[in-house]
Design a protein around this ligand. Structure first.
Ligand code: UD1
Ligand code: CA
Length: 447
């Protein structure tokens, strides 16, 4: 059956104490909204509707960066979760199938859990995702009657007896789309918060003779984020799971607690990640590569057998071929480094290509920016770039060429040539000794 996702993200998130809409706060380099979309993607949804309100433009932009086909429905006043879902009705008026409601502030629902909900839908009209809470706090309580879910009571409206129930509402609900919108139309706001509660649809459905059940999952999956403290806990939980998954997949992490992954980091088997490595979004490290201590990688690709760091920085567009070596205090941005090439010390290579087996000497810089435009540097294969070469782009150095140390390259260097561009050295015999004597004498006189 076709599924439509409805993801709620209109709330301001007052407790975040932020100018940014809550669902855009990031976990592992992606907005929590994108995490929610990624977990919903496990159902291969035919449609996705994001309900946005506070900062709707920004929320829409973030949602489209993950899935350009999403529909954004605007909830201009936040009157409650049922009212929020109602805003998706028009976008789904021609949709036939199941609707699944997810919250943009609940990022970790697993594919297995969503599959269990889909399976439960075969026998029940409404399926709610619940969890046993260690500390049920202010979560809504799931009230069972025999083997059916009878109703959901919000904390604010619950009696002491109901508050003692530990089976809690995650917010995730699945039902036939038309049924869901029909039920929502009957929801009122006569409650402690004066809001239209989505949770009221269960009581209404039961009164109409529909069936409802609960699928349970681990509390860690339903973690809802309402404050910076909860955001930091979610980050920690994500990192713990990502480290465990990497180890499970055959990656060596010498000090797992010090490695930070992004939501989409891919690391191959037998890769070695040394301590204090940070991955930003968009990184692939192939099998058998080594990332040495204190390196920072983002938007880059590291091939088999390459060695990066210690203390290296790979920025977006860094493409390292097999057996490349990138050493300490080297920054690579938007550059392809071909097989076996080495950039070992204190260099900046940006907007460039470096050919196979070329060696870039210490302190070399591609001067790619003229203050207004960026320009490209092309270095061929088997090139030797002398230490402290400034390559003033746009410029090309041909295959098997060389540059002398300290050269400022402003013209193309043909293949096989040596380019030297620096002042000629003069030696003045005995001059140093005489100068030292003069200076020491002046110091002794105290002037
Ligand atoms: C909700 C549930 C509660 C459940 C808890 C789980 C209701 C009435 N209560 O409470 O049973 O235990 O989540 O985390 O549903 N939102 C909108 N528009 C609105 C209101 C909310 O888009 O008008 C969005 C928020 O941006 C957020 C989500 O819905 O992503 C949940 O809203 P929130 O106010 O955090 O609900 P809770 O009080 O936590
Ligand atoms: Ca919440």
């Amino acid at each position: 059956m076709a599924t439509a996702l409805i993801i709620l993200g209109a709330g301001m998130g007052t407790r975040m104490n932020s100018d940014m809409p809550k669902v855009l706060h990031e976990i592992a380099g992606a907005p929590m909204l994108v995490h929610a979309m990624k977990s919903g993607a496990a159902l291969d949804p035919a449609r996705t509707v994001i309900v946005a309100g506070h900062g709707a433009d920004l929320v829409e932009k973030a949602a489209r960066s993950y899935d350009p086909d999403v529909t954004v429905a605007i909830q201009s006043e936040q009157l409650g979760t049922a009212h929020a879902v109602k805003q998706a009705r028009e976008a789904l008026s021609d949709f036939d199938g199941d609707a699944l409601v997810l919250y943009g502030d609940t990022p970790f629902i697993s594919p297995e859990t969503l599959a269990a909900m889909t399976a439960a839908r075969l026998t029940h009209d409404i399926v709610v995702l619940g969890f046993k809470a260690a500390d049920p706090g202010r979560y809504g309580r799931l009230i069972m009657k025999h083997d059916q879910l009878d109703r959901i009571v919000e904390f604010k409206d619950a009696t002491d007896e109901e508050r003692a129930v530990t089976l809690c509402n995650s917010g995730v609900i699945a039902a036939d789309s038309d049924t869901l919108f029909d039920l929502i139309a009957a929801v009122g706001h006569d409650n402690a918060a004066g809001e239209y509660y989505l949770t009221d649809i269960i009581g209404i459905a039961r009164d109409r003779g529909l069936s409802a059940t609960v699928v349970s999952c681990d509390e860690s999956e339903t973690l809802g984020i309402n404050s910076r403290v909860e955001l930091s806990r979610a980050e920690a939980l994500f990192q713990t799971q990502a480290r465990a998954a990497a180890l499970e997949n055959g990656v060596t992490l010498t000090a797992p607690q010090t490695v930070f992954f992004a939501h989409d980091t891919v690391v191959g088997r037998d890769a070695v990640i040394e301590p204090h490595v940070v991955f930003g979004p968009g990184v692939t490290v192939e099998s058998g590569a080594t990332i040495r201590a204190f390196s920072h990688l983002e938007g880059c690709h590291v091939s088999r057998g390459a060695v990066v760091g210690p203390y290296a920085r790979l920025r977006p567009g860094a493409e390292l071929a097999e057996s490349v070596k990138i050493g300490n205090f080297v920054e690579i941005k938007n550059a392809r480094i071909a097989e076996g090439a080495k950039v070992n010390h204190l260099s900046y290579i940006g907007d460039a290509t470096v050919g196979a087996r070329s060696n870039i000497g210490a302190g070399t810089i591609t001067c790619n920016y003229d203050g207004v435009f960026k320009h490209k540097t092309t270095i061929g294969a088997d090139v030797f770039i002398g230490s402290n070469t400034m390559l003033v782009a746009p410029v090309t150095v041909g295959d098997a060429a060389m540059t002398g140390s300290g050269t400022v390259v402003t013209k193309d260097v043909p293949a096989g040539d040596l380019a030297v561009a620096r002042a000629k050295q003069q030696n003045k015999p005995g001059f140093a000794v005489r100068l030292f004597e003069k200076l020491k004498a002046r110091k002794a006189k105290g002037s």
